[in-house]
Design a binder for this molecule. Structure first.
Ligand code: 5HY
Length: 264
């Protein structure tokens, strides 16, 4: 089985981190690689950046289809481009917010999300509502550390732990969802500090995508997730045109980053 984890931003260090976090949990025999778009924002912390990340995600799904990828993880907490990716992919496509929230709902009655900047909180709450967790998602907190500062900021981890602890002590959460792919490597450290399950969507998404492939569960090729209709595409997006009789665009880019799998 081949699972491809797509970092929708264009920061190689995050792609590397995401790839490592995914490979740690993947089953022996599951090939996991991590890629990033050839175009788009260095990080995603606004609606504008989220919108501009989608063509790059679809580029990577198109390339993945040519590579015979069985399932995908969209590794950005806003789950950008998820529905569009499902129209292109033959196999399952899982978002990290979606995966982490579902996992949290199986180990806690009520969970909180701890994300990066406060401006992304509404998006997290919107996703909780979309995924059916309007009641289960108790609160969405922000550590106010920018995505690309998570590693560099010496106070970053402490600020995330503080917000996670407040989610438990003040909000009453019995599970916490990490609201950024860049937090993936801190899951067990944070769980040890706050004493409740902590769910990272990179790991949860990798395992969920792997499980869906094992179950043979893929988006229905009819109705909502059918291939997009053939249609002219103008300007910068001309490479995304789907021609009559085709199911995929003729994207001409090669992936910038492809970390070959090294499973444990
Ligand atoms: C992420 N942004 O997981 C989100 C987190 C956020 O570049 N990768 C990003 O703040 O929404």
């Amino acid at each position: 089985m081949h699972i491809r984890v797509i970092n929708p931003n264009t920061t190689r260090a995050m792609t590397d981190l995401i790839g490592r976090s995914a490979r740690v949990v993947a089953a022996r025999g599951t090939v996991v690689d991590a890629v990033q778009p050839t175009m788009g924002p260095a990080s995603i912390e606004s609606h504008y950046e989220e919108a501009l990340a989608v063509p790059g995600i679809l580029e990577q799904v198109t390339l993945g289809e040519a590579d015979g990828v069985d399932g995908y993880v969209v590794a950005c907490f806003g789950d950008p481009g998820l529905d569009a990716a499902r129209e292109l992919a033959a196999g399952p496509v899982v978002g990290i917010a979606e995966a982490a929230m579902h996992a949290a709902s199986l180990v806690g009655r009520r969970f909180s999300v701890v994300t990066t900047l406060g401006r992304t909180r509404a998006r997290a709450r919107e996703l909780a509502q979309r995924y059916g967790f309007a009641d289960a998602c108790l609160s969405v907190r922000a550590c106010e550390v920018a995505v690309l500062s998570l590693d560099a900021d010496p106070t970053g981890l402490a600020r995330i732990v503080d917000e996670c602890r407040s989610a438990v002590d003040d909000d009453g959460a019995d599970a916490v969802v990490l609201g950024c792919a860049g937090m993936a490597s801190w899951t067990s450290v944070i769980a040890g500090e706050i004493g409740v399950p902590v769910l990272d969507g990179v790991a949860a998404g990798t395992l969920l995508a792997q499980s869906l492939v094992t179950l043979g569960a893929r988006p229905g090729a009819h109705d909502e997730y059918a291939s997009p209709p053939a249609k002219p595409m103008a300007g910068l997006l001309a490479g995304f045109e789907i021609r009559p009789g085709a199911h995929l665009p003729t994207v001409r880019h090669a992936p910038v980053t492809r970390l070959e799998a090294v499973w444990p």
